[in-house]
Structures are given as structure tokens and as C-alpha cells.
Design a binder for this molecule. Structure first.
Ligand code: GDD
Ligand code: MN
Length: 417
């Protein structure tokens, strides 16, 4: 590719973020010399202008010596204000194995790594920080572990030869605390490696092909272990060096995201998650949809009270109920649009698209109401002669209807540009 367009940037792979996955290689993909590329190393960057040249040069000389021509370096930069991508791009003529992706519409470490892997052509996929905190020479040991049959090779601070250079008590405590919490919530994932927080590892493509990788949070390794079928894991000790240039991007937000990530993985790999995968039923979305529905009940009640109660406006009941119902539908639509289906609606943000979703939602909910009345009558008259139990069943049926049809019609993933 480089020979056709010298120094051109890799385009960002398309497709919605909530169903990110790595594909099988088309067939024997080859580089310019027609030797197969075996190893693709992604280097995620955000404001690493002071480090990028050094890391590229060190990695290149290391790999040129061990697997000349058989690797590619993929810098994935999130449009850094300090122009990291531009510097990386200017290095491409000097380092023919280097590729650069500049992302302008998406952000975040995990999704950067996955996008890089999506563009990669190697059988072995890897990731390393750009700030030289991950010692590059460890890469050769990681590669060796893969050659010797490991599916996943992780650089670890917590095995022999590993450590942190000069962390204070608080930082060690936070790091270990996070790990402990993870072990409690997800023992089956975090228990498999000594350093589940590592952002320095290699994995065989075939282990993650087709698995949907969720780009939440900072810790992509959890996702890889939690959702892929890695069998043999190897660990190599390394000392996490201090940063010399630039600054860390970690804030309190990453801790919150981390916990969110653990819970998500827990839910999706547990029994419910297996059910939802097996039958293609998005359980998490359904729970959110249900919670939004519950909020709608309160809105409906409140509006009904404000309009029809003798102590307030005292309007006629039917008129009040129609308004209350519509306000509740509007409330539910808003929350579903910004929360339940946020990933879909963020891709279709135009006012017209939103209005269309709202109208569809309205129609579907009205049909849901008809269904509700129908089921209530059927159950009450022929199955369980208790109006409240019958009503509960009717509400459940209508909720599933509302959810499923809205999922398929209102918040449909379409490939819009
Ligand atoms: N593209 C992109 N987008 N890159 C990012 C982003 C982002 O939003 N945020 C951070 N990065 C890049 C940084 O430029 C750096 O190369 C790397 O990701 C790690 O970021 P740091 O901010 O330096 O993280 P750290 O020093 O706290 O490292 C910790 O997290 C790493 C990543 O999981 C440690 O736990 C490491 O072991 C781990 O590799
Ligand atoms: Mn760092």
C-alpha cells in the first residue's frame, strides 16, 4: 500500500463501535516483498509528540533484527492536539513498516487498539504504550512465547523479573486494590494472569476473530481474556518504567470506567449473558429499556395527578390521561435515545433522524397499548381470573413487544454516512 501512496494515512475501519470485532484475514495477505506479515503491533497515542520518534526507532531496529520485513507498526492516534499523528506520518518514509491511523471521530484507548487491529494484516496482534514505559526489548520474549505455542503472551509486572520502578504507596495501593476488586467480581478472567491491567501483550488473531470486543474502559486485556478463546497464556516479567516525556492520560474517570467494565463483563459472561448470546437477545439493553419504562410510570402518574386531580387542575380524566400518556412516551423516548440506545443514536444525530425515531417509537408504543389491553382481557377471561396478575402479564408482554419492535425499527443500525 505504501508503494502506491507514499506516506498516506490508514483509513479508520468503519462499523459501529458496539459491535467491534476482528475479521479473518482475507487470504494470504502479503506486503511489498510478498512475504507474509506475521506480526502487527499497535501503538495507541494521545499527545505523545515527545515520545513517538524514539519508540518507533527503537521498535523498528529491534524487529528489523529479529523478523525483518515480517511485521508492521500501526500508530493509532486520536487526533492529538500536539500533532503526534503528523510526526508519525513524517516518519513513514524512514520506516517502511510503519503505518499511521488518525482518528477524528472516535476517542479512547481500547477502541484505538481494536481499530488498529482491524486494520492489521498480521496473524499475531499486539499492543504497546508509546511512552516508553513498556521496555521494548521485552517484545522479543513475548514473540518467542507465541512462537512456542502461547495464544496470548502478557508482559507482567508481577512475575519474576517484573516490577514498578518507583511507585509510591498510594499508587501501589490503588493498583492492587483495583486488581483485588476485579478478582472478586470476575475471578475467571482476572485470575488467569498475574497482571490483568497490563497494556503490553500479544495475542493470536484466531483467538479473537469474530468476538465482539467492547471498547469500554482502558483495559483491553480484560476484554481479550474475557471474550476470546485463549487457551495457553504465557507471562513475561517487565519493569514498568517511569515516564520521561509527556503525561499520563489516567484520571479518576478511568477508575469509574474500570468498574463499569468489570460489571459489564460479569453480566455478559454469566448465565444471563450466555442466554443472551445464545438467543441473540440484548439483555443489558432490555434491562435499561425496562428501567426507562418504570420512570415513565412515574411521569404518567405525576402528570395525571397535576391535570386531573380535583385539588389541582381538575381536568376530565380521559383528556388528562391522554396527555399524561403522551408525556410519558416522550420521557421514555428521550431516555432510551440518550441511554438505552446511545450507541445507535450517536451515529444518527440529525434532527430529522431523531424525529423519525420518535414517531416510530410513538406508533409502536400505541400498538403496545392495544396489545396490553388485549392480553389483559384474554388472560383475565380465560387463564387467571385475577385482574392484577393478568395486568402484570399483559404489561410484561407489551414491554417485550415495545422493546423488540423498537430495537428492530426505531433504533436500527443503518450504515449512514
Ligand atoms: N489513541 C489513544 N486514545 N491513545 C491513548 C488514549 C486515547 O484516548 N489514552 C491513552 N492513550 C495512549 C497513551 O498515549 C499511551 O501510549 C498509552 O495509551 C497508555 O496511556 P498512559 O496514560 O501512559 O497510561 P499509564 O501510564 O497509566 O499506563 C497504564 O495503563 C496502560 C494501558 O492499559 C498501565 O497499566 C500500563 O501497564 C498499561 O499498559
Ligand atoms: Mn504511560
Amino acid at each position: 500500500m505504501n508503494s502506491i501512496h507514499p506516506n498516506s494515512l490508514l483509513s479508520v475501519p468503519t462499523g459501529p463501535l458496539h459491535i467491534l470485532h476482528i475479521s479473518e484475514l482475507p487470504s494470504a495477505t502479503t506486503n511489498a516483498d510478498s512475504t507474509p506479515i506475521v506480526f502487527s503491533l499497535v501503538i495507541p497515542t494521545y499527545n505523545e509528540a515527545a515520545n513517538i520518534q524514539k519508540i518507533i526507532s527503537v521498535l523498528s531496529s529491534l524487529l528489523d533484527e529479529s523478523i525483518p520485513g515480517n511485521y508492521e507498526l500501526i500508530v493509532v492516534d486520536d487526533d492529538s492536539p500536539d500533532g503526534t499523528w503528523k510526526i508519525a506520518q513524517s516518519l513513514m518514509s524512514e520506516y517502511p513498516q510503519l503505518q499511521v491511523m488518525r482518528r477524528q471521530r472516535e476517542r479512547g484507548l481500547s477502541s484505538a487498539v481494536i481499530r488498529g487491529w482491524q486494520a492489521a494484516t498480521g496473524d499475531v496482534l499486539g499492543v504497546i504504550d508509546a511512552d516508553l514505559q513498556h521496555p521494548p526489548h521485552v517484545l522479543l520474549q513475548l514473540l518467542q512465547a507465541i512462537e512456542q505455542g502461547a495464544d496470548l503472551a502478557v508482559a507482567s509486572r508481577h512475575v519474576e523479573g517484573g516490577g514498578v520502578s518507583s511507585w509510591g504507596f498510594i499508587r501501589r495501593f490503588l493498583s492492587r486494590g483495583a486488581q483485588l476488586l476485579g478478582l472478586i467480581i470476575l475471578p475467571g478472567v482476572l485470575g488467569r494472569v498475574s497482571d490483568p491491567m497490563s497494556g503490553y501483550f500479544l495475542v493470536r488473531r484466531r483467538c479473537i476473530v469474530g468476538k465482539i470486543l467492547n471498547p469500554v474502559g482502558y483495559k483491553i486485556l480484560l476484554e481479550v481474556i474475557g471474550r476470546s478463546k485463549v487457551d495457553k497464556i504465557a507471562e513475561v516479567g517487565y519493569v514498568f518504567c517511569e515516564r520521561k516525556e509527556g503525561e499520563s492520560k489516567v484520571t479518576w474517570k478511568q477508575y469509574v470506567e474500570y468498574i463499569h467494565h468489570l460489571i459489564r463483563l460479569r453480566l455478559s459472561t454469566g448465565l444471563l449473558g450466555q442466554f443472551s448470546q445464545r438467543f441473540g437477545f440484548p439483555i443489558g439493553r432490555f434491562i435499561r429499556f425496562g428501567l426507562v419504562g418504570l420512570s415513565g410510570v412515574f411521569v404518567d402518574m405525576t402528570v395525571l395527578y397535576l391535570l386531573s386531580d380535583p385539588t389541582t387542575l381538575g381536568l376530565p380524566l380521559t383528556r388528562s390521561k391522554i396527555i399524561a400518556g403522551e408525556v410519558a412516551i416522550f420521557n421514555n423516548f428521550l431516555w432510551n435515545d440518550i441511554w438505552t440506545f446511545a450507541d445507535v443514536s450517536s451515529q444518527q444525530q440529525q434532527g430529522r433522524q431523531r424525529l423519525k425515531r420518535f414517531l416510530k417509537f410513538n406508533m409502536i408504543c400505541l400498538a403496545g397499548l392495544v396489545l396490553n389491553v388485549l392480553v389483559l382481557n384474554l388472560v383475565f377471561n380465560f387463564v387467571i381470573p385475577n385482574r392484577y396478575v393478568a395486568n402484570l402479564i399483559a404489561i410484561a408482554v407489551a414491554t417485550v413487544w415495545n422493546f423488540w419492535v423498537n430495537l428492530k425499527l426505531s433504533w436500527r443500525v443503518t450504515q449512514v454516512k
